[in-house]
Ligand binder design. Structure first.
Ligand SMILES: Nc1ncnc2c1ncn2[C@@H]1O[C@H](COP(=O)(O)OP(=O)(O)OP(=O)(O)O)[C@@H](O)[C@H]1O
Ligand SMILES: [Mg+2]
Length: 612
């Protein structure tokens, strides 16, 4: 939740940011200019209507004549039609700009999210990202198009009114507008308070969203820990904060709007008083007086809206800051331009320039720490020949996943280098490596879609036969066939309808379909049932053929046939060798193995006893 609050910006107006935003509006320059033109036109037409009334009063009503009425009616009709057209055009154009802008922002954001490395996701809550991609980009598009419409229209109209008032009768204009200084003072006083209130509301609102997010994501944990009451208490505090700041805004608004109206009323009264005496003295026409009164009323209308528009633009600014902070997040792992030039990037890979991969992996004096974390690896060295099967064992937190994450270049070494086929992998593109790599993550992820789709993601040109062959190879075929719709079963969001073990098997098949040169299996820590576990074990043997493989197994029986077993303690290899060698050595591995073996035996005996 801290993250969300920290990201709540409080700057009043940030010119630099809006300039930056203009970059995104640039493709719409033409439409925006057209829009501005139409709005100025619309404001102009608004200003002409009272002049029409004035003409009618002075030329038809007062002299009681009808001469020239048809032409007048025609002009009036045309003006109405023009304004109708303006309104239609601006809804069309602003609507289009809004939709296109939101689309652009989301597309850019989505693209960025694809490029960002693992470390970004380590520190950014999913809820935060979701909010940026949905409500913030929406609000941004909305206020850029509509907020600006309101603002320009209002501004054009007010300018027009002032000009015409002065042209018609500058003294009367000065008198009617004499309330403006008061208006300015009152507006400044209230608007700054209302804005501050809006900011407070928004800030609390984002905390409430955060709390919702936690409440939803953690619902299961909450229930098991019986934390419902505590969560509810916290939530109550937040919502009551929200309530009191909302009320404060409402109170200020409820005082501000009547004051604006009252000032408008005073302006109108002044116009009426001075103009009225002018009419009696016959220095001002009736029509001019009526026009003036209409103008004064019209003039104050946009002002009372101003607080709302500013609040909207303010919140758009906050949205913009958050969206842009996401879109502009620097990539921690980025291919330099000269490498991109040769290898292409994720969206335009130049596969024709890619060297074939052999599969040698070397760690040379690698040190690594996660962002603001302690050092996980220090001066780590490892040489793996193409086709070798390496097993990593060690206690939880010893650094096994970190080592394979580094191989995959999900993270890069803080010091030292990792060589693939003898060349530092940073000298080639990320995609080059990752296209040659199959990784079954410790926390496997499935995409929404069918099981078949999910396996196919490994290699989009795989046929149905390829997919089923891969599934058979990893022994996933039998459980898939038992599902109601077999390979066409929808896996649900994140694969929530399958067990972790089943998800791993599917990811496993996905990796096999990709036919990678380097293969990584990070076995799920969460208890996989022994049956699935056995299945995975058998599958491993078949898959490793001809690939450089890294297997992290929690069940040591899985890795007995590995070419080399590395025992990792605190990021260091403390023992190394084949299963046989390590057992003979009677060291750490031997103890680990015998303990696990005994535990398993015990469990088996217990189970057997229970069933009697
Ligand atoms: N994304 C991360 N951000 C910060 N620290 C991390 C991150 N992932 C792991 N660590 C830390 O790095 C150390 C090594 O973790 P790692 O995940 O490599 O262990 P592991 O051997 O894979 O453990 P397990 O058997 O539980 O999977 C731990 O101290 C862990 O807290
Ligand atoms: Mg791990």
């Amino acid at each position: 939740m801290n993250y969300i609050e920290e990201q709540e910006y409080t700057k009043r107006f940030d010119l630099g940011l809006w300039k930056h935003l203009l970059k995104y509006a640039k493709p719409y320059t033409k439409q925006l200019i057209l829009l501005a033109f139409i709005m100025i036109l619309a404001g102009g037409v608004d200003v002409v209507f009272p002049l029409m009334t004035r003409y009618a009063i002075d030329n038809f009503i007062i002299p009681d004549k009808l001469e020239g009425l048809p032409l007048y009616a025609l002009v009036y009709g045309l003006l109405v039609a023009l304004q109708g057209f303006n309104t239609w055009a601006l809804i069309m154009i602003a609507g289009r700009i809004e939709v296109d802008l939101v689309y652009d922002i989301r597309k850019t954001g989505f693209k960025r999210l694809q490029e960002l490395s693992f470390s970004y996701y380590d520190k950014t809550p999913v809820g935060w990202i979701m909010a940026r991609m949905t409500s913030d980009s929406q609000r941004l598009g909305e206020s850029i198009s509509w907020g600006l419409v309101d603002l320009t229209w209002g501004f054009a109209m007010m300018t027009g009114i002032v000009i015409i008032m002065f042209v018609l009768n500058w003294k009367l204009a000065l008198i009617s507008l004499s309330v403006i200084p008061f208006l300015a003072a009152v507006s400044l006083f209230f608007q700054s308070r209302i804005l501050k209130g809006y900011r407070q509301v928004r800030k609390t609102n984002s905390r409430i969203t955060g709390a919702f997010n936690e409440g939803i994501m953690g619902a299961k944990t909450t229930k098991t820990l019986v934390l419902e009451e505590r969560n509810l208490e916290e939530f109550k505090v937040l919502t009551s904060d929200m309530r009191s700041s909302s009320i404060r805004v409402a109170v200020f608004s409820s005082i501000f709007y009547p004051i604006v109206s009252a000032l408008g009323g005073i302006g109108t009264a002044l116009a009426l008083w001075y103009g009225g005496s002018g009419v009696i003295a016959q220095s001002i026409s009736y029509g001019t007086l009526v026009a003036f009164i209409t103008y004064t009323i019209q003039f104050f209308e946009p002002i009372s809206q101003l607080a709302r528009i500013f609040a909207e633009l303010q919140s758009a600014q906050a949205s913009a800051e958050r969206v842009l902070s996401m879109i502009d997040t620097p990539l921690e792992i980025e291919d330099p331009p000269e490498i991109k030039a040769v290898y292409g990037d994720v969206f335009n890979p130049k596969r024709e320039n890619w060297e074939p991969i052999k599969g040698d992996v070397t760690f040379r004096n690698v040190s690594f720490s996660y962002k603001d974390g302690e050092t996980v690896l220090e001066n780590f060295n490892l040489e793996v020949k193409s086709g070798e099967t390496i097993a990593l064992v060690g206690e939880t937190g010893s650094g096994k996943s970190t080592i394979v994450n580094l191989i995959c270049r999900f993270y890069e070494p803080t010091q030292g280098e990792i060589l693939i086929d003898g060349i530092d992998y940073r000298k080639r593109s990320q995609l080059w490596l990752q296209s040659n790599l199959g990784y079954v993550l410790q926390t496997p992820h499935l995409f929404s879609g069918t099981i078949r789709d999910n396996i196919r993601y490994g290699n989009l040109s795989a046929t149905d036969e390829d997919i089923e062959a891969a599934a058979r190879l990893v022994n996933a075929d039998s459980f898939i066939r038992k599902l109601e719709k077999g390979y066409d079963t929808e896996v649900g969001e994140g694969g929530s309808r399958l067990s972790t073990g089943q998800k791993q098997l599917i990811s496993f098949a996905r990796a096999v379909v990709a036919n990678p040169k380097i293969f990584v299996l990070d076995e799920a820590t969460s208890s996989i049932d022994t049956e699935t576990e056995q299945i995975i074990q058998n599958a491993i043997q078949k898959v490793l053929e001809g690939r450089t493989s890294f297997i992290i197994a929690h069940r040591l029986s899985t890795i007995r046939s590995a070419d080399r077993i590395l025992v990792i303690v605190d990021g260091k290899v403390i023992e190394e060798g084949t299963h046989r060698q390590l057992i003979k050595k009677r060291g750490y591995y031997y103890r680990l193995y015998t303990n696990q073996f005994m535990e398993e035996e015990e469990a088996r005996i217990m189970r057997r006893n229970k069933s009697y």
